[in-house]
Design a protein around this ligand. Structure first.
Ligand SMILES: Nc1ncnc2c1ncn2[C@@H]1O[C@H](COP(=O)(O)OP(=O)(O)OP(=O)(O)O)[C@@H](O)[C@H]1O
Ligand SMILES: [Mg+2]
Length: 334
């Protein structure tokens, strides 16, 4: 015995995307997603009352197979891809695919290009200004010339750092779906990163306290990227989390449930809660003047986030203004 054919309603409800059947301007069937989107019972209604969108209505009224992008159904800025397909008789199948994620990704891409151009343009404008003065005035005295030369060099180096960070970011992104293969001792990564940071810590009068566990399980990772991650976090703690005379930065590596965690804690000024969700955005800085002064490009935590994602890890940043910041990265073992 064959089982009964599923009903049309069951079939439409199986689609997550808003899908309906329209005939002669009337919605004859609509799935649950349409009801969720339009907020009322749609079946049996005049289409013009169900969807008050001129382009969508016109496309459906044409009665031909077509695909259009429409914005504003179920919310002023919501973008949709609408598919209209003729069925038997005069009926049409209308399906809406949500394009919000695509639109957000596109916005991020254009913002990124605008931000990167701005970040490179600023030092470039300074370089041109100083170089022009030197080129136009042959009488510039030695002291001034040396000073201008130093500014030009500093700004050019800044541009180089931005370009190198951007290249690093795109390399990590390109490798996103290629799981890292080396067996890495995160404790060793922590120790080397502390070594790298010693000179900066001394300059800033800051003590680094290491708390690296023994016999830690190896993790599957990319040694170079994990070192870059640890360098970034410790660098941030020293640059932004170290103001008072007797400040200290703690670098811990230990097992947390079934993972290995790298924890970098400082007792600095902390970060106000409204900034926390945006810290891993490219070029986002809490205090751009201060970050710029210390040579920051605002790309460090974006790089950290991508490295963590490639390693299937987690990243948490907790901060209490006036007390300090703790950044924890956990990575799966094995
Ligand atoms: N431990 C911390 N304490 C206070 N603020 C921090 C801390 N870590 C990061 N921040 C803030 O977050 C911002 C973003 O950090 P991120 O590492 O992404 O960029 P950066 O340090 O400015 O530049 P880069 O790391 O590329 O040199 C910093 O500019 C700083 O304002
Ligand atoms: Mg940084």
């Amino acid at each position: 015995m064959t089982s009964p054919t599923p009903s049309l309603a069951a079939l439409l409800d199986a689609f997550d995307e808003p899908t309906m059947i329209v005939q002669r301007g009337i919605v004859i069937r609509a799935n649950a997603a349409v009801r969720d989107l339009l907020g009322h019972e749609t079946a049996g209604r005049d289409l013009r009352l169900a969807i008050r969108h001129p382009l969508a209505l016109e496309t459906i009224a044409n009665g031909k197979a077509s695909d259009v992008e429409v914005v504003g159904i179920g919310g002023a800025d919501r973008p949709w891809h609408m598919q209209v397909r003729p069925l038997d008789g005069a009926a049409l199948l209308v399906r809406l695919s949500d394009r919000s994620e695509l639109a957000a990704a596109e916005r991020m891409r254009t913002d990124f290009v605008a931000n990167a151009s701005h970040e490179l343009r600023t030092p470039l404008a300074t370089i041109i200004g100083y170089a022009e003065t030197l080129a136009e005035d042959g009488e510039v005295e030695t002291g001034t010339r040396v000073k201008f030369g130093a500014v030009i060099e500093g700004e050019a180096r800044r541009m180089l750092r931005i370009v190198e960070d951007l290249m690093s970011l795109s390399r990590i992104e390109a490798d996103r779906f290629r799981a890292p293969e080396e067996q890495v001792d995160l404790g060793e990564v922590g120790r080397i990163a502390i070594d790298h940071a010693t000179a900066l810590a001394e300059r800033r009068g800051c003590r680094i306290v290491a708390a690296i566990g023994d016999g830690l399980p190896a993790i599957r990772g990319d040694f170079g990227q994990l070192l870059q991650l640890a360098d970034n976090l410790i660098g941030n703690a020293l640059r932004y989390g170290c103001n008072a005379k007797a400040c200290s930065v703690e670098v811990g590596v230990r097992v947390v449930t079934d993972r290995v965690a790298l924890i970098v804690r400082d007792d600095g000024d902390g970060i106000a809660p409204e900034h926390l969700p945006r810290l891993t955005e490219r070029f986002y800085r809490v205090d751009s003047a201060r970050s710029r002064e210390s040579g920051g490009t605002g790309l460090g935590l974006a790089i950290v986030k991508h490295i963590v994602e490639r390693h299937r890890g987690t990243l948490s940043i907790q901060s209490v203004p006036g007390q300090g910041t703790e950044v924890m990265v956990t990575l799966p073992t094995g």
